[in-house]
Design a protein around this ligand. Structure first.
Ligand code: K2U
Ligand code: NI
Length: 184
């Protein structure tokens, strides 16, 4: 199983490169890696397991964060309506997005960042994502709210982008104009 120790921290060069597309059908190794990423998220959200292995809770994880520069992400989160979103995906791509923006009112954190970086992170309010699931099916997801924010945070990791790259340096808590505030 993956633990928080296997997650690389800011300053590691792999967090700042563009990850490579995963050739499909995926190798057994790529499937195993993606399943381990999903297992980390599920374990990290189980208090008993998280405490036993000192796991930092996460709702998303991108392969570059475990030093695998490949375009793979896992997202495991219950959204504001209580709907469980659980996706282990190869080659996710935002194929369209709203003009309207949103932002998490608590600001964002990152499993690869061991410090608070205060400020609002402007995101697209709605996105359409195409990807291939770990089971090999091509899917198209229309996402909004918190889960859309998590997907954008993870896909940023595939492009070497950290959440704080988006924060307004002059006024970190300047709410993006006409943006929808998302409570966590
Ligand atoms: O990619 C990561 O570092 C995982 C982040 C994902 C994240 C997405 C959107 C906004 C903030 C963070 C971790 O999940 S950070 C911990 C966390 C846990 C629950 C809710 C939000 C953040
Ligand atoms: Ni992150």
């Amino acid at each position: 199983m993956l633990t928080t120790n296997e997650i690389i921290k800011e300053g590691h060069p792999t967090l700042r490169i563009v990850a490579k597309e995963v050739p499909l059908p995926p190798t057994l190794e790529d499937v195993e890696t993606l399943n381990l990423m999903m297992q980390y998220l599920q374990n990290s959200q189980n208090p008993d397991i998280a405490n036993a292995y000192n796991l930092r809770p996460g709702v998303g994880l991108a392969a570059p964060q475990i030093n695998v520069p490949k375009r793979m992400i896992a997202v495991h989160i219950a959204d504001e309506t209580g709907k469980q979103h659980s996706y282990a995906l190869f080659n996710p791509k935002i194929v369209s997005h709203s003009v309207e923006k949103s932002y998490l009112t608590t600001g964002e954190g990152c499993l690869s960042v061991e410090r608070d970086v205060p400020g609002f992170v402007p995101r697209y309010a709605r996105i359409t994502v195409k990807a291939t699931t770990v089971q090999g099916e091509d899917i198209k997801l229309r996402l909004k709210g918190l889960v859309a924010i998590v997907f954008q945070h993870e896909i940023d990791h595939l492009n070497g982008v950290m959440f704080y790259d988006h924060i307004n340096k002059q006024d970190p808590f300047q709410a993006p104009e006409n943006a929808i505030p998302i409570e966590r």
